[in-house]
Design a protein around this ligand. Sequence first.
Ligand code: GLN
Ligand code: ZN
Length: 720
Amino acid sequence: MKSYAYGFPRIGANREYKQAIEGYWQGNVSAKEMKDKLDELQQGMLLTYEKYVDFFPVGEMTLYDHVFDTACMVGLYKAENVDRYYDYCRGKNTLKMTKWFNTNYHYLVPNFSGRQYADLQLQWNKAREYKEKFGKGLPYLLGPFTFLKLSEGFGRKNWEEFLMSLGEVYKKALESLGEVHIDEPAFVTDVTGEEVAAAKKVYHLLASSGCQINLFTYYDGVDFLKELYDFPVKAIGLDFVHGNENLTFIEKHGFPEEKILIAGVVDGRNVWRTDIRKTVGMLQELLKKAKRIAASNAGPLYHLPLTVKGENLPQGLLDQLAFAEERLYELQLIAKFNGGKEIPEWRVASKFGTDEAVRARVSQLNESDFKKAVPYHERIERQKELLKLPAFPATTIGSFPQTAELRKKRADFRAGRISEDDYKKFIKQNISDLVKLQEELGLDVLVHGEFERTDMVEFFAEKMDGIATTKNGWIISYGTRGYRPPVIYGDVSRPEPMTLEEITFAQSLTNKPVKGMLTGCITIIAWSFVREDVPESEVAYQIGSCLRDEVKDYEIAGIKIVQVDEPAIREKAPIKKRNWDKYFDWAIKSFNLTTNTSPQTQIHTHMCYSDFSEIINQIVQMDFDVISIEAARSKGEIIESFAQVDFARQMGIGVWDVHSPVVPSTNDMAEIVQRVLRVMPGKNVWINPDCGLKTRQWEETLLALKNLSNLSRHLRLKVE
Ligand code: GLN
Ligand code: ZN
């Protein structure tokens, strides 16, 4: 059997990708040196593919983002040189960023507004450039249907015309290429019959270039397989790990004789080793239906770290894991499998990390654990009495700028160059400076600043049993930004309080309330690799129980407000709406479990840049007291989603878009609040930035928070 792999991580064994590009941004690396480095990384990817599999793409490398590259290819943006290119990524023309399907990769959103069909022209034949430069691999393209699906700025009426105009551009690009690799992950979303017909039309246009197309879908099953079989392509890639329906359909209806089935059988989204024998068995069954099959990965491999080699993980865990390079090895094993009984080199270590006490605790949870005894309107009265906050309280979302000095101290501590004592002293100094600063600024509810946290998930993962963290398991979340997803391998427990020391220290310095700051279980799960031997709900309730203990510890220590962040709640939702109920059931329950403590404790939540309009009915089932929302970009328009469900709880209005380098004036901020006040009583309104300030500079932070605090005082004057 042949093998075909794609989506290998571009990050490099030692994050050379990041170093080269950021080095260029900082002026330490020339444009040529940076490009040479990226070429070297592309070459490395090709050599790695070649070592294990038969077929693979070329041109998956990018200066920042492959969706933006596609926008440049079709002439939507003109990036004559790298500086113009980066202007769109992080400079004066920065495009909006959003999550790529149900993953934590963020792409730059192409915007068609103001464009005519004729503006779409082949401006950059990136695929050909890579083919010529490297001389091997199938030129990689993001398909026109997915590209348009991910874009914005056109109406329902003209999307089909845009699709066909894109088709013309693609056709030109394909003319000289012979054979290509095209990704169409949007084929697994909920598509309409109209869209399927248009997609088919555009693929006929592409095929008229004479180029052979290997078409890839992934992340879920394709609902219109029957129609897809008629697309004029050479091969169809299907996900058999996350798309059960694909298999069922083929078993029932077969597979077109003239096409190649590229069977995605090794997981691109999770890290557990593949059962080679079982997989081969499944492929053999498939061979009865499809004549030619190539074994492949299910989903691009860049959602996995590069390799498990060099990781120092709990005994026995390493033998359960496969990262990107190990997935290639698995494909090689599968392709070469000769029917023998044993695969000694790929034995899977047996599971460990079972904790009966944790299991028992979760199994005993009942209705009353998931549902608060005291309803919101009673809770809020008790809280008001206790907190005595002024009208329009001003607060922040948690983190404050993490300076180079802070990052260096952390690195020094981790490398053993400074003692734990010195590091803790340093953190405490930062906390006390921040408490003072927030008092001076006139904020009403303070935070400790999260200086001790690198990543909001990794920080908690390090403190809980049953979760491992990696040394070098980086994956890209956007641009050059990486994170290391922890691995949840066993039953999760909390050996001791995780955040109490910093929060209570901050509270000891002030009479104003300090918010305890927790990452919620949905987000911890979404940004980790999760065990598959128990249901996700079970993992969520285990973590939720740990967090609930943390909240109870806060209460004993006199903390009156707790914020539980769930920025990943929307992203983690399944791609197909029909699977939402099952997910939201445990997601909502896990949040309510976490926050089901004393009714006096005011529970805040923050969901970051989630699209609220889509999930508003689920959000209102989460029993928080205050939600902070991102409102600056929409100038407060987002409130409409909440108005529609008669939202009657308190809300923090994000009046400062922290992803923009612009510092808004008090007036700018006031406009947003005015919009909100048209549908929401002032007594329920808080004032805060859109999100945490971790990536901001101190200078702009001070200016913006001064304006923000002014606004809240100003609004207060009017009601008092
Ligand atoms: N409390 C976190 C912070 O301020 C929230 C981060 C987030 O929403 N992604 O950094
Ligand atoms: Zn946020």
